[in-house]
Unconditional design. Structure first.
Length: 277
């Protein structure tokens, strides 16, 4: 049965035609067709066509990914400005840039309407409780925007698993109770811990980026179908996963009711990231 609501995608990446990319940073072997999607590229208009075909109404485009060999902030700003009804912006911030990165985030939020920050230890290779990260958390709390934090063993061939252990978020949630934190990229194999932390901290959420809906770990699904219905949200991490594949799998997910399916596929991202009820 087709979905009775339009989807909101929490993570969409830029894939310009002919751009170079580092295969050690992009887990092409884990995702069928990913290498081809990178080589072929997509324009913003092609992205919208693919979203429309799969019932995706809006998405969060990601800029500033410092492991890419091309600049994507210009694209993200253009997408948000020309298609504000379809896209919001997010910025990956490098904590090594210090206050310069924090000021760039503030500029993107205030001038371009960006709605989220991101940080990924698979790129920085420092833990999230490193003091260099704290100015970013403080600025996100001040701007009232969420921050997406990658957790779990990463797919790219980098020695970053120890830096993406979710337990460090316990202190961050305590130090920044006003900060909305979204655990991204699954948290596997520590999903039981992710759930335990969400049960403890009301400002902590989970996003399925790079996990197909049918492969969402059982502890997360149990939390989604139980007390955590408003804390779990969908994201494709396009082009890692296609909109079409995700939409089909969201339709087939084993949910206790259709309200949970809608919260996962739409309502939670709309509330937590877009700030809309």
């Amino acid at each position: 049965m087709p979905l009775e609501f339009k989807l909101i995608d929490g993570w969409i990446n830029h894939t310009p035609r002919g751009a170079e990319f580092d295969e050690s940073q992009m887990p092409v072997k884990l995702f069928p067709g990913l290498a081809d999607r990178y080589r072929e590229g997509r324009t913003t208009e092609q992205l919208i066509d693919e979203m429309d075909a799969s019932g995706v109404e809006r998405g969060v485009v990601c800029a500033g990914s410092i492991n890419k060999k091309y600049e994507d902030l210009t694209w993200a700003v253009d997408a948000v400005q020309r298609h504000g009804d379809r896209f919001a912006g997010s910025l990956m911030v490098d904590p090594f840039t210090g206050m310069r990165g924090v000021r760039e985030l503030e500029r993107c939020v205030k001038e371009y309407g960006f709605r989220m920050a991101r940080i990924a230890a698979l790129v920085t290779l420092i833990p999230y409780n490193d003091p260099r990260c704290y100015p970013l958390y403080a600025k996100c709390a001040e701007l009232d925007i969420p921050i997406s934090i990658n957790v779990g063993v990463p797919g790219p061939l980098v020695p970053a698993a120890e830096f993406q252990y979710p337990l460090v978020l316990d202190k961050i949630c305590a130090h920044f109770p006003e900060l909305k934190i979204i655990m991204a990229h699954g948290g596997d194999p520590w999903t039981d811990l992710c759930v335990k932390l969400m049960q403890k901290w009301g400002n902590l959420h989970w996003m399925s980026s790079a996990f197909t809906p049918r492969r969402i770990p059982k502890p997360i699904m149990s939390f989604l179908n139980g007390r955590g219905g408003e804390r779990i949200m969908w994201a494709s991490d396009y082009p890692l996963l296609t909109f079409e594949r995700c939409a089909g799998e969201i339709e087939a997910m084993d949910m206790v009711d259709e309200d949970r399916r809608r919260m996962f596929g739409r309502d939670n991202a709309l509330r937590i990231i877009f700030g809309e009820s």
